[in-house]
Design a protein around this ligand. Structure first.
Ligand code: 3HC
Ligand code: NAI
Length: 694
């Protein structure tokens, strides 16, 4: 298949890139471009060439799906294609609209002329995939827009409109209206005027103080790049554009690209890119499933979650009404929302006018009568089945037919909640994460009877409020919290066995988590985990008790909110401080339980915490609670601070090798006697078959 369409129009050869949705530069498309150029060269009537994409994209860059396959190296590779464009004697004009990114921009820079719609989104975003531009971008962009600006764009991957480059030779013309027509006119002018071909490789690049600039770039980029090798390689390649001859610079760029594409960091970032997009797809829900209009949202409960949830909809321009039991609770919630907007205005992130507009979309009520008309109601009341029952029975009696009734419960059985209504097909879980106006993740909990329409509407809505929606089936804790429960349990058990809270947090933060499990427990509030544990002790009396954690809660040490938990906190300060009182409690528990503390290595801490996530994740996959391993990864990347450069727990396990993971699980099964460490059957099966989760 050839993805480039060739046509001669009025003496100009038009090569149209046709690889929807974004004209990724696949092997077929690359071949099509080269064939098109050859055809034009062989055609005496073709005086120039125009390369054009679709309205949506000139090109989104190299086809990332090919990166793990031999196709990426199949000739013509992208550098070869660009060489062909660069060296042809026919003038080549790139006509650029939509998005023009990565290899797409490199392709355009390999042409002799470029015209673009001013609103075209331009970027070299390779660094976001753990790469650098590998088809001449690091050598050509500095020649077109200057070293400093090019460095900035390449190291950050930032997307900017073409209009920002007005006056630079990156674009010869910025045009409105019909792009092909403008390109044909431009190409004819080039031919008529016999304009010399402008090859970017021949342009000069300079900087008044190159040494000082590159030293500064290396230092400042190195300081923030931390676990990511790509940004510093970008600096190195851009430096070559000024220090080396063009061809030598290209050679170095190519070598660095080849190194980076093999790094686990790049594999992780590429995985995250596709995982994010895959999460939006539900295997048994067609992409054209009808969805409902959501123009009015009701939120019940103006506490921590309710007020945060409301902000998401206000930000998206959707009116929200919050319902509470008492006026004081409403006032508190509204004051919180107002405070968030005031903070944004103060930081210059929002205008006063815009903040007022958002607040204007907010109303409050103490009566369900005001919920008759709502398209969606989200309940965020106390985590208590009795309270939820009353709320859902009332909603069922009040809301119009077709309204979606959602619960933000984090642990309760959604199917049971749905059964309190006569319309379980309209009930869904919308599990936001705290702070709900900040965290990207939204677990969309699909009840046994939730309709496909309600599910499709909720996923669409997630996008509208700029969340990453991931579908979860119903189980205790859903995907994220069920797994994190096992992770935290291991951390707490290791404290009893001999590790200190500080050692655990340090080891996990060194692994790359934003925050260690003990600090996270203090931040979330010890009382929440304690309530869940107490329920588990009651429901399953043989549940292993977490003595230290329980003892601290019995002492009223719930973490940051009470000024003390596993750490102590100065008033108004979130910095965790070592507390000898906690050491005393730990020692006391060890004595009571007859535990002789032992030295626990950082490796054991990381393995027991992270492999606990993996083993539970495998069970969740097997039970069909998660649709795919990458959904679990995206939940951990967007909701739990899992290091992005490791791609999520399931990809991490794949990278370690499932056979090695299984061996470690067996080791901990033997060491601890805890049946949890029995490898999940799916994990054992994949390990035996030499396969991976992703
Ligand atoms: N290769 C393969 N598939 C791609 C792709 C690419 N470069 N870019 C996007 N896609 C796919 C997506 O996976 C998605 O597929 P799906 O419909 O099956 O889920 C589809 O195209 C649409 O993508 P989005 O949902 O992201 O669409 P948007 O319109 O929101 O965004 C975009 C379009 C801005 C192009 C965005 O997709 C994007 O940022 N893509 C990545 C761009 C990029 O990183 N390019 C550099 C690639 S590396 C490179 O060029 C190396 C070179 O230097 C040698
Ligand atoms: P919260 O205690 O801060 O707020 C609950 C609010 O609901 C209170 O303002 C209360 O007055 C109100 N309320 C209680 N019963 C009501 C009723 N019958 N009618 C109207 N209002 C009522 O609790 P929070 O933390 O906001 O939690 C709410 C829900 O969100 C719970 O189901 C919880 O499990 C879930 N959740 C909590 C997260 C968190 O980190 N706090 C994270 C994700 C979900």
């Amino acid at each position: 298949m050839n993805n480039a369409h060739y046509e001669l129009q009025d003496g100009i050869a038009v090569i149209r890139l046709e690889n929807p949705p974004v004209n990724g530069l696949s092997y077929e498309l690359r071949r099509g471009i080269v064939d098109g150029i050859k055809k034009a060269e062989a055609d005496d009537n073709a005086k120039a060439v125009v390369i054009i994409g679709s309205d949506r994209a000139f090109s989104g860059g190299a086809d990332i799906t090919e990166f793990n396959t031999p196709k990426v190296m199949a000739e013509p590779t992208l550098p070869t294609v660009i060489n062909v464009l660069d060296s042809t004697e026919l003038p080549v004009v790139a006509a650029i609209g939509g998005v023009c990114m990565g290899g797409g921009l490199e392709l355009a820079m390999g042409c002799h002329f470029r015209i673009a719609h001013p609103q075209t989104q331009v970027a070299l975003p390779e660094v976001k995939l753990g790469l650098l531009p590998g088809a001449g971008g690091t050598q050509r962009l500095p020649r077109l827009i200057g070293i400093e600006y090019a460095m900035n764009l390449i190291v950050s991957g930032t997307q900017v409109p073409a209009a920002m480059f007005q006056g630079t030779p990156l674009f010869d013309e910025l045009v409105e209206g019909d792009l092909l027509e403008s390109a044909l006119t431009f190409a004819k002018k080039v031919v008529e005027e016999q304009r010399p071909l402008k090859r970017v490789r021949d342009m000069k690049v300079s900087h008044p103080k190159p040494e000082a600039f590159f030293l500064w770039a290396k230092t400042s980029v190195g300081a923030v790049a931390k676990n990511y090798p790509a940004p510093l390689k970008c600096v190195e390649a851009v430096k070559a554009s000024i220090e080396k001859k063009f061809d030598d610079g290209i050679k170095l760029e190519r070598e660095l690209f080849a190194q980076l594409i093999q790094t686990p960091e790049s594999r992780a970032l590429r995985h995250a890119f596709f995982a994010d997009r895959a999460a939006g797809k539900i295997s048994d829900v067609a992409s054209d499933t009808p969805t409902r209009e959501i123009n009015k949202v009701g939120v019940i409960g103006a506490g921590t979650m309710g007020s945060g949830i409301a902000i998401n909809f206000l930000n998206a321009g959707i009116p929200v009404t919050i319902l509470e039991m008492k006026q004081e609770a409403l006032d508190r919630g509204v004051a919180h929302i107002k405070g968030v907007y005031e903070g944004r205005v103060k930081k210059g992130k929002m205008t006063q006018e815009s903040a007022e507009k958002k607040m204007g979309l907010l109303s409050t009520t103490l009566s369900y009568d005001d919920f008759k008309d709502m398209d969606l109601v989200i309940e965020a009341v106390f985590e208590d089945m009795g309270v939820k029952q009353k709320v859902f029975e009332t909603l069922d009696a009040t809301c119009k037919p077709g309204a979606i009734l959602a619960s933000n419960t984090s642990t309760l059985d959604l199917d049971k909640i749905a059964s309190f209504t006569k319309r379980p097909e309209d009930v869904i879980g919308l599990h936001f994460f705290s702070p709900a106006n900040v965290m990207k993740l939204l677990e969309v909990v699909r009840g046994e009877k939730t309709s496909k329409e309600v599910l499709a509407t909720s996923m669409k809505l997630a996008k509208k409020i700029k969340k990453t929606g991931v579908v979860s089936g119903v189980c205790d804790g859903f995907i994220g919290n069920r797994m994190v429960g096992k992770y935290q349990t291991e951390a707490l058990l290791m404290i009893e066995e001999g590790a200190s809270p500080q050692q655990i947090d340090k080891a996990i933060e060194k692994f790359g988590f934003v925050m260690g499990p003990i600090r996270m427990a203090d931040l979330a509030g010890g009382d929440i985990g304690w309530a869940i544990r107490k329920r588990h002790y009651e429901e399953k009396p043989d549940t292993r008790r977490l003595y230290v954690a329980d003892r601290l809660c019995e002492m009223g040490r719930f973490g940051q909110k009470t000024g003390a938990g596993f750490y102590k906190y100065e008033p108004g300060n979130r910095k965790p401080l070592h507390d000898p009182e906690v050491d005393r409690v730990i020692e006391e528990v060890r004595k009571e339980q007859g535990i002789t503390p032992r030295k626990i290595s950082d490796q054991e801490i990381v393995e027991r915490c992270v492999f606990a996530l993996v083993n539970e994740g495998a069970r969740i996959l097997e039970e069909g609670i998660a649709q795919r391993a990458s959904d679990i990864d995206i939940i951990y990347l967007t909701g739990y601070g899992f290091p992005v450069f490791r791609g999520g727990p399931m990809l991490y396990a794949d990278e370690v090798g499932l056979i090695n993971v299984e061996r470690a699980l067996q080791k901990y099964r033997k060491q601890t006697g805890n049946p949890f460490w029995e490898p999940a059957p799916l994990l054992a099966k994949l390990a035996a078959e030499g396969k991976t989760f992703n």
